[in-house]
Write a protein that binds this ligand. Structure first.
Ligand code: ADP
Ligand code: MG
Ligand code: ZN
Length: 480
């Protein structure tokens, strides 16, 4: 970025709440069902129907408000946001406008050189999702209304974010919070967590905000970062060429890696918000608020500290393990089986994470049960197998999901710890390689590794390395 400029970014993040039923009716929120199967007259906006608010939606949103240091408004109002769209049968979306349920919060993100930066949250409100228009199946557009009325929480930040990297951090933080709270599955590809970015630039030192554009349709952390960087550069180029930024809505085109105009300010909607006469104000009194606060699960920072205290892990390990709730849960299942905490941490951060990255799956889909990894670690610790053989066993576990004991038995991989057996093998290796023995005794210590290799070959890697080392040294000394 041109160092004369700074970027100003505010994000509007929609999180789909993982309630069983929709926000204003009893229809299921299940994803991927047959089109138009989870619908009722309320979803369809038939005349005369009445919405009934789902209590869980309020509870989930208040949880998020508490977790992000918001003020919880005792009274909040649902409003009608009027616009026409084919997948919005009522002709309006029920949302919250001037009286949202949560306001004035913040989260902290890393802002480089270990500094924390507060990103303020303007508001968090509840609303319903619209249906889905399907344009790519033949001549006509198809409408699936299963998604109408699925509960959303919208989190609107203040324009406190100053780079794509910070936006990424902020999104990551929100993702972490909603998944820890268990209020959203965090699945960005399925659209459970989506983000619109408002972006402007200004000359450094300038107090006034520049004209902003809004980029929509970013469905991964990577795309959020890329789209913001793209838009910052585009705006700076225009200003440098003496042009002006036009306030407009852009759509991020993933394939082209470009933001393309969707609508300009003159086409902007006038939503004519007004309070929905069919819904009562939402009253969150102190009792209810306390009840929700008490139900709050352990949040990332607390878990991180507990991992350090309880499992004696380094700050780094604790941070990596708790950055994803699923990974943290997996680790805790492993250490129910073994007390080798650091070893368990290494396996989860190393082999397990590597496999997840390579096969692009989440920990929920990981083929090795945490209990089996715990058992594998115990087998190493008890010297039944060596660490090297364990890697081989683990590779098998990934493929067939079998438990490690079974694999070790079937493949006869139990470590040789019987010293007299190892002594025999060492002697025979030394006998067979008398010239190397001479070299060693004349001071060429490197040959030691050669012997180890030979012994491991004889035993197919099953000899206990520590015992082999000791015996080999002893036997070589005897030949001096
Ligand atoms: P609107 O009512 O048009 O949606 P809001 O005031 O609610 O506008 O702001 C929407 C988002 O845009 C917020 O996240 C806010 O922080 C951000 N925003 C507002 N002005 C700017 C600006 N000049 N540059 C970047 N972001 C902005
Ligand atoms: Mg807005
Ligand atoms: Zn319904």
């Amino acid at each position: 970025m041109d160092s004369n400029y700074e970027a100003v970014i505010g994000l509007e993040v929609h999180a789909q709440l993982s309630t069983k039923t929709k926000i204003f009716c009893g229809c299921s929120t299940e994803f991927g069902e047959l089109p138009n199967s989870n619908i009722c007259p309320v979803c369809l906006g038939h005349p005369g129907v009445l919405p009934v608010l789902n209590r869980n939606v309020v509870e989930y949103t208040v949880l998020m408000g508490l977790a992000t240091n918001c003020r919880i408004n005792a009274g909040s109002i649902f409003a009608r946001k009027n616009y026409f769209y084919p997948d919005l049968p009522k002709g309006y979306q029920i949302s919250q406008f001037d009286k949202p349920v949560c306001e004035f919060g913040f989260v902290e993100v890393e802002a480089g050189n270990k500094m924390k930066k507060k990103i303020h949250i303007k508001r968090i409100h509840m609303e319903e999702d619209a249906g889905k228009s399907i344009h790519d199946q033949g001549e006509a557009t198809l409408i699936d209304l299963n998604r109408t009325g699925v509960p959303l929480m919208e989190i609107v930040s203040e324009p406190d974010i100053s780079s794509a990297q910070e936006a990424y951090q902020y999104m990551h933080k929100l993702h972490q919070l909603v998944t820890y709270l268990g209020i959203c599955d965090g699945n960005m590809e399925q659209g459970s967590l989506r983000c619109d970015a408002n972006i402007s630039v200004r000359k450094k030192g300038c107090m006034e905000l520049g004209t902003r554009t809004e980029v929509k349709n970013m469905n991964s952390f990577r795309n959020v970062e890329r789209a913001i960087n793209y838009e910052i550069e585009r705006q700076i180029d225009i200003l440098e060429d003496g042009g002006q930024i036009v306030q407009e809505t852009l759509l991020w085109n993933i394939d082209q890696g470009k933001a393309v105009p969707m609508r300009g300010k003159e086409e902007a909607h006038d939503y004519r918000y007004f309070p929905d006469p069919d819904l009562m104000p939402v009253i969150v009194g102190d009792d209810w608020k306390d009840e929700i606060r008490i139900s709050m699960p352990e949040l990332p920072d607390k878990k991180k500290q507990r991992f350090i205290d309880e499992y004696n892990l380094s700050l780094y390990d604790a941070e990596v393990l708790t950055s994803n709730k699923g990974i943290a849960d997996y680790f805790e299942e492993v250490v129910k089986i073994t007390d080798q905490f650091k070893v368990a941490s290494n396996w989860v951060m190393g082999d397990v994470s590597a496999y997840l990255n390579e096969s692009k799956i989440s920990i929920n889909e990981f083929p090795v049960a945490p209990m089996d990894l715990g058992k594998l670690i115990t087998l190493i610790h008890k010297n039944v197998i060596s660490g090297k053989i364990a890697k081989e066993v683990f590779a098998d576990m990934l493929v067939n999901g079998k438990n490690p004991e079974l694999i070790i038995k079937e493949k006869n991989l139990v470590q040789i710890t019987d010293t007299s057996e190892i002594e025999k093998i060492v002697e025979s290796v030394l006998d067979k390689n008398s010239s190397q023995v001479e070299q060693y005794l004349s001071g060429k210590e490197k040959v030691f590794g050669f012997f180890i290799g030979q012994i491991m070959r004889e035993t197919k890697g099953k000899a206990n390395p520590k015992i082999v080392n000791e015996i080999l040294k002893e036997k070589l000394n005897q030949r001096k």
